[in-house]
Ligand binder design. Structure first.
Ligand SMILES: Cc1cc2nc3c(=O)[nH]c(=O)nc-3n(C[C@H](O)[C@H](O)[C@H](O)COP(=O)(O)O)c2cc1C
Ligand code: SF4
Length: 500
């Protein structure tokens, strides 16, 4: 008998085992590269451990720092990572949900509270960066009725298409409201014939601006406004006491879009490698001029966009050399995380750039074709090698499924990167760095790499980890709490580690 495949079979039935940790003794940790200092521009991180940016959705709707934000970063600081990067923080003073903002001087006092908390709870061991982000508008997927009645701009080509589809010439002169109604009533195949690619995308996914939409308001002048917005934000970060800034040139956002070969702008800010690099270099130059040489400024960018027509490793290598030559203080390498291959959202929801294949490369899980562990190290290795060959010693930061001592140490020994970034393992157990350092590796709570946290992020819900958020009994540090999420179902930060 032939069994039919079940409809709900996973695309990647294989589950990868967590890597063997080979936790170090205290003495081994002391002798390791991981726990040796690294110079990152103007500061020296006491160890090569790095927590990359993770948005926890804990700011106010106005982008202000809350006590929850402070508790979140304070908890990471207790594990004493060498460097901690504060989440993507908006450089404009515009509504963007509970995402931190740095687009006005009024945000400085709140941000300073994070700095003070991290200094205190890391006992001065953790250097603190803030990630600066600009993003373009993305709308929610509309109700089809609303799209056809209000959003779609009716053109003669729509009348022409209706004429072709129906075989009735009177559509050539039909009035707009009739055209709108007729378009809405088309089958989905006929709608695909009548609408152009961008219109179909707006209907099926929600309208999304591109940096090459020169006719759209605010897009043409991006090269004129962004250097000022980024450098104002960098200056505020310096005033708030951060040790440096990370310019967000990665994933689905404005600056990564300028770098992408998909950017066909013809005003000198696209189309060629030099054109694509021009704005990212101008933004960096403006920041450097504002904050001076003695302040750390680096960027996070993509080693591979992992989308059709997007940038690949050879583009990233050229960008890295140009950034290093311009004087950037570090290069943090990420991968994927694009809108172009994101899943279709439900009506009323916006597309999310970590739901497609490129998103999976950005936050690899145990359910994928090949191992998620250290998956992106070959690209950071190639980038680092190329930067070294060009004569620069700019530190390169590697990330993606790094969750074991020997893996991190081997990557450093092999020259895959100079510092080890670990996001989800640090969320699962923020103390894991300190536990390793003290020879207490056996007590590390190990991330499962199944992306429960990323699912919360996708829904813009307060991010927590499945390994500790159901514990509503153990108090937070200092004996209070625990503080619970707004739905009362999950604790907001992990309990203190009794071993430490
Ligand atoms: C909940 C969550 C939020 C994230 N937010 C950001 C962000 O704000 N900026 C960024 O560059 N990367 C962000 N990332 C990506 C991580 O920094 C990291 O690159 C990715 O998770 C892969 O590293 P890992 O395997 O150590 O988790 C986020 C990841 C998660 C899980
Ligand atoms: S929720 Fe899952 S993937 Fe996220 S940090 Fe916790 S164990 Fe890791």
């Amino acid at each position: 008998m032939i069994h039919k495949p079940r409809a709900n079979i996973q695309p990647y039935p294989m589950t990868h085992e967590l890597p063997e940790p080979h936790w170090p003794s205290r003495e081994q940790a002391e002798r390791s590269l991981l726990f040796s200092p690294a110079k990152v521009g103007a500061f020296t991180a006491p160890t090569r451990s790095w927590i990359p940016a993770m948005v926890p959705w804990r700011a106010t709707e106005e982008g202000e720092v809350t006590q929850d934000v402070i508790d979140w970063y304070g908890r990471f600081a207790e594990g004493q990572p060498g460097v901690l990067v504060i989440e993507a923080t908006g450089i404009r003073d515009v509504a963007s949900g509970p995402l931190l903002r740095i687009g006005h001087d009024r945000y400085i006092p709140g941000l300073k509270r994070i700095v003070d908390e991290v200094r205190e709870r890391s006992k001065g061991q953790t250097k603190l960066l803030i990630q600066l982000i600009d993003f373009l508008s993305i709308r929610r997927r509309p109700e089809p009725e609303k799209f056809f009645a209000r959003f779609l701009q009716i053109q003669d080509r729509h009348r022409e298409a209706l004429t072709q589809i129906t075989g009735q010439a009177e559509w050539k002169t039909a009035d707009e409201s009739q055209v709108r109604t007729a378009l809405q009533e088309l089958s989905s195949e006929d709608a695909a014939r009548a609408l152009d690619g961008r219109e179909l995308e707006s209907l099926r996914y929600g309208a999304r601006q591109r940096v090459w939409d020169m006719h759209e308001p605010g897009i043409e002048e991006l090269p004129r406004v962004l250097p000022g917005l980024f450098s104002d934000a960098a200056d505020r970060a310096k005033q708030a006491g951060f040790d440096g800034v990370e310019l967000h040139y990665a994933h689905a956002y404005t600056m990564a879009s300028f770098l992408s070969p998909l950017n066909r702008r013809t005003d000198g800010y696209g189309s060629t490698l030099e054109g694509r690099l021009r704005l990212p270099l101008e933004v960096f130059a403006a920041c450097r001029e504002r904050v001076g040489k003695d302040y750390t400024v680096g960027c996070r960018f993509l080693g591979d966009e992992v989308i059709e027509g997007g940038g690949r490793l050879h583009d990233a290598v050229a960008y890295a050399r140009a950034f290093a030559a311009a004087g950037m203080d570090f290069l943090s390498v990420s991968k994927g995380g694009k809108f172009e291959d994101a899943k279709q959202p439900r009506v009323g929801q916006a597309a999310y750039p970590y739901t497609g294949p490129s998103g999976l490369e950005c936050m690899p899980t145990v359910r994928m074709d090949a191992t998620p562990f250290g998956r992106n190290l070959p690209i950071s290795h190639a980038i680092r090698q190329s930067v070294r060959d060009a004569g620069f010693d700019t530190p390169v930061i590697g990330a993606g499924g790094i969750a074991a001592f020997h893996q991190a140490e081997q990557a450093l020994q092999d020259g895959d990167c100079d510092l080890i970034a670990s996001a989800r393992q640090s969320l699962a157990d923020p103390d894991w760095w300190l536990k390793m350092q003290r020879g207490l590796g056996d007590s590390v709570r190990r991330c499962k790499f199944t992306n429960y946290c990323e699912g919360l992020d996708q829904k813009h819900k307060q991010v927590t980890c499945q390994l500790w958020d159901k514990d509503k009994e153990t108090p937070d540090r200092g004996g209070a709490g625990p503080v619970l999420s707004s739905d009362g179902k999950r604790r907001m930060v992990p309990p203190a580690s009794p071993e430490l």
